[in-house]
Design a protein around this ligand. Sequence first.
Ligand SMILES: Nc1ncnc2c1ncn2[C@@H]1O[C@H](COP(=O)(O)OP(=O)(O)OP(=O)(O)O)[C@@H](O)[C@H]1O
Ligand SMILES: [Mg+2]
Length: 278
Amino acid sequence: MPATLIAVHTMKGGSGKSTITTILASYLRYVKQKRVLVVDADDPQYSISGIRENELSLYERLIKLTESGHTPKALGAMANTPFEKAMTERLRFNVEHQISPADFYPVLRASATTLRQVDFSADVDFDYVFLDLGGVYDTHIVDMLAKCHLVLVPFTTQNIDIRHSTDYCLMLLDSINEGSLRQTTQIRCLWNKYKFFYDKKAQLIEETIGSYFAEIDTPVAFLKARLQDADSGFDQNKMLTTLSNPVAVEGGKYANTVVELANEILVLCEPAMTTQPA
Ligand SMILES: Nc1ncnc2c1ncn2[C@@H]1O[C@H](COP(=O)(O)OP(=O)(O)OP(=O)(O)O)[C@@H](O)[C@H]1O
Ligand SMILES: [Mg+2]
């Protein structure tokens, strides 16, 4: 069966495209054991593939230390940063579950040309392919979005991000009206870095976005799961590609919403796995 293609996309930088991509990809791979590919097409910053390289280099050093007699637990006690701590947790989890680096999902760095040439939606080696398309919106990107089963649009509670993501939704609406984006593409908005006191305003924004799309009978709703604002000392840990957050950090509001979000995505993608776009 061909892969289910998912893009987390909006034009505003810093709204969490890459973070949400890696959180979902990691959860589906390491917790749900799905076959996952991440295509990092965010040229030139390639943040996900950069993080993967850093993770692998630390991981290899940690493996060497275990070979010279250190236990993963002892390495955890020696860790100085949240990143090191998360990686030692990964190692501990992997040793217990007999997971090797060969089980990490691949992160493919793709240029705009590769993106145009390869039909990732036809890939039968993966259950899910995530696209990090960066912050551009042009005809090539719309062509890619048209191949996706699901386009997730992140919103944060910052006014500037709300304006940009709302504009982005209106651009999607124009593309649907022009016929360059299929009406059957599932579009869902998603709160990221969510702060609980925002509930009233969030409801208003959700209604407004819903009303834009109601006129063309395209149900564009917000996902129920709101990805919480995790504390700032946690930064790189949120984006690791070799572990899933709920594995490293059990419980807590942030980790719980990761689980809720991933499960909502799985349900949304179920019909797509039997009905592939033309
Ligand atoms: N839920 C969250 N809680 C706290 N911080 C977050 C959350 N999601 C993302 N961040 C942080 O916000 C910053 C921007 O996130 P990210 O790099 O994922 O955004 P992006 O949309 O991919 O940006 P760019 O357009 O530069 O590619 C990062 O420092 C990331 O760690
Ligand atoms: Mg990014």
